[in-house]
Structure formats: C-alpha cells, structure tokens
Design a protein around this ligand. Sequence first.
Ligand code: PMM
Length: 293
Amino acid sequence: MTTFPTHVALDVHAPRVKGLPDLDRCLVMSVLNVTPDSFSDGGLFFEPRAAVARGLELLRHGADIIDVGGESTRPGALRVSLEEEMRRVIPVVSELVAAGAIVSIDTMRARVAEAAVNAGARMVNDVSGGLADPLMPTFVAEAGVPYVLMHWRAHSLIMQRRAHYDDVVADVAAELRQRLDAVIDAGVSPEQIVLDPGLGFAKTAEHNWRLLAHLDVLQQLGRPLLIGASRKSFLGELLAGPDGQPRPVRERDVATAAVSALAAAEGAWGVRVHDVRSTLDAVRVAAALRAAR
Ligand code: PMM
C-alpha cells in the first residue's frame, strides 16, 4: 500500500468531521443544482420555488445533507458571474435551512460561501480544493465550517485536456496532499476537512475506476472521503447498450447505488448522489456488512 509523508497526524479509523452529526453509516449528501445546464438535472430546479420543493423532497427521502450549487461543472461548462451564482443559491439555502435541513454550499467562490454560511449553510463543498479562489481557504479557516476539498486541475471548459497521469491513484493522492497542506497552512483545521478524489474532473472513465478501486490509498491521507459518482458518464459508458450508446443519465441510479454500497463498504465517509432513496438503502447494506465483520 502506498503511504505519503505528512505533517498531519494519520488516522485511518474513519475520523469524524467537526461540526456535522456522527452517523453509524456512510452519510448521504444529495445534489441540488439550481442551474439551467448541469448534466443530469440542469433546468429542472432552476426556479427557486422548484429548487426548494426538490430540496424538501430530498429531505423527506432521508438526505443527511443537501448540497446546493449554482454553477454547473460539467465538462465544457462556462462560468457564471458572482452575482448570478448568488441570486440562484442564497434564497434556496435560506429556505432549506429554515425547513431544518443541513445545507452544504457547492461553490468555488469565497464570497458565495460566506453569503451561504451567513444564510445558515453548515458546510462548504469546493470542487476546486481552494485553487479557483485564493480567498476560500482563509474564509473557511475563519468560519470554522466543514470543508470538502476536491481534487481539481482546471476549470470545466478545459479540464479534460488535463486528464493525464503517470499513476492516477498516486498522482491524485499526492495532489490532494499538497492541497491539504496548503489549506492547513492557511489556518483550516484538519478536523474540518473532507477529501474527494473528484471523479470525472480531469479524469477518464479508466481513471475513475482506478480511483474507486484504491480508496484505501486515499484514506491514508488521514481524512474522511466523499465520493461523487452519481449518474456520471463513466457509469453511462459502462451500461451502454448493444448499439454503443451510453445509458441515459436518468437511468444510472442503480449503478450509482452500487458504487455507493461499494464505497461505503470500503469506509467512505459520504457519497454525493442525485437519488437519495436508492443510495440510502445501499449504504445501510454496507453498514450492516461492516458491523458484521
Ligand atoms: N461533482 C459535481 C459537482 N460537485 N462536488 C463534490 N464534492 N464531488 C463531486 O464529485 C462533484 C461535486 C458534478 O456533477 P453534478 O451535476 O452531479 O453536480
């Protein structure tokens, strides 16, 4: 097994995240994209009222955290302005918090993260791992909120050009280690941090499968892992029909739940998914299996 030098104490025994409830199973973070163009649910919940209604439905389905995002990160996506991102997400965050949800804000911008935390969001999910906005680590350090630090190499428009690795598992682990050290140097406490390999972000299907097959290596970084495989194109490719056409996006939830079960059985802290019910069942199966070991 590969190990990495670190100045952060290693704790491979499923360390907990400061500021979030402890569960006896893998946590289910549900996706709520308030965007016109996300690959799976783009446009469906773009109106604030529809987004809030969907959030309440995800809550009824048992989501542990609702991850609200206002900027699509699908390959090739263009950025939205700060003002537009704020307009999309902040009212939705406020309403879901008022309804009792634990809300996470999916943003690369410190100012959006700050406004969302002021509106009651309890967690920041930054797909750029603090690279897109240099103010993000400082904000997270000051706010003291849980922080998802994802592996990322470039903005969505060009990221697939950067999908080259010598050894994807070792390279992603080393790059996550660098970002972990950088945000800790900026004042973020290790107990705030969740790591995410960033499936599909500057990665081919083969890269995603290799990362999923080696979660143990990423766990050596000593922080909990979040896995975002839901409905992504590598699952569509896997399930392609005889004509070679990828399985349509909205018919990938069984495969997503299978990944959730396998990741949870390996000890993942959380999974980020569109369909909460199937994944909740899957992570319960994994928890029973782990408890019986
Ligand atoms: N994937 C997407 C967006 N945000 N956040 C984390 N932490 N991990 C992911 O894998 C991730 C993310 C892209 O897809 P979406 O359309 O499902 O939001």
